[in-house]
Write a protein that binds this ligand. Structure first.
Ligand SMILES: C[S@@+](CC[C@H](N)C(=O)[O-])C[C@H]1O[C@@H](n2cnc3c(N)ncnc32)[C@H](O)[C@@H]1O
Length: 248
């Protein structure tokens, strides 16, 4: 009798597991297969949330000269800034101070756990004007035409769907909105980061302009990273065909 009840409970549990898996697969099937490479560049794996302590390592301020980088962004009080691929919020918490009480920081990540870590850190610092957003591999879920600056620090090279992400970013920008792209310099062998996690300016220029962005400024004074600013190229046709053929 007991055995039969246990078997029935087990059967119900198994059925629920299958049902949940089906939902996950159904949602995933709406997202095209991730790319392995894009325009000759190998795409890096997403950094796992268990590695988050590396993002707040003590040496980071020195390695990235964060103060200089943030000053170069020219964020104004009241701005709407998006920290896209925010991780545990190393830059999010700094951006909040720049936008002030009237501004907003939209903090997007695809890992719920990263957003959890960000929320903990924001609570510790008693910061309230951060909006954590759980994005997907193809959609950062940003409001249309609302963002002054999208900051991409050490994340673009991880995008498994660069064209969809760039199209979504483009849509989210105000007419004067900018993208600040920060990537470790591939041209510089002295930058002690694995090649897979670096990008050259030439590669960046192979990827951004064809997706409707024009280069508007370059800041070359960071110790290890490129900082390049892009805006929407209004002469670009938004009807570009996205190649969604599976590559994995
Ligand atoms: C190397 S970490 C950098 C985090 C943060 N920008 C920083 O500099 O501290 C990259 C982060 O980007 C996130 N990420 C990767 N692809 C993403 C996507 N398509 N949309 C949003 N976040 C993404 C990862 O989950 C990870 O938290």
């Amino acid at each position: 009798m007991l055995l039969r009840t246990n078997l029935r409970i087990l059967a119900i549990l198994v059925w629920h597991c299958f049902a949940l898996c089906r939902i996950a697969v159904a949602e995933d099937s709406a997202i095209p297969l991730p790319l392995k490479e894009y325009k000759g560049r190998e795409i890096a794996q997403t950094m796992h949330y268990l590695g988050a302590p590396w993002l707040t390592r003590e040496s980071r301020e020195r390695e990235e000269d964060c103060k200089t980088m943030l000053a170069a962004l020219h964020v104004q009080p009241g701005d709407v800034v998006c920290d896209l691929g925010c991780g545990n919020g190393f830059y999010t918490l700094k951006l909040v101070k720049l936008v002030g009480e009237k501004g907003r920081v939209l903090a997007v990540d695809i890992q719920r756990e990263m957003l959890g870590l960000l929320k903990d850190r924001a609570a510790e610092e008693k910061v309230t004007n951060i909006e954590p957003i759980l994005g997907t591999l193809v959609d950062p879920k940003l409001p249309d035409g609302a963002v002054d600056l999208v900051l991409l620090v050490d994340v673009y090279h991880e995008f498994s769907h660069p064209e969809q992400m760039l199209a979504a970013i483009r849509k989210s920008l105000k007419p004067t909105g900018r993208v600040a792209l920060v990537e470790f310099r591939a041209e510089d062998p002295n930058v002690p980061i694995k090649p897979l996690h670096k990008m050259s300016k030439a590669q960046i220029m192979k990827e951004f302009p064809p997706n409707g962005f024009k280069l508007v400024e370059e800041f070359d004074k960071l110790p290890w990273q490129h900082l390049m600013f892009f805006q929407r190229d209004m002469t670009h046709s938004t009807n570009t065909t996205i190649d969604r053929s599976p590559q994995r």
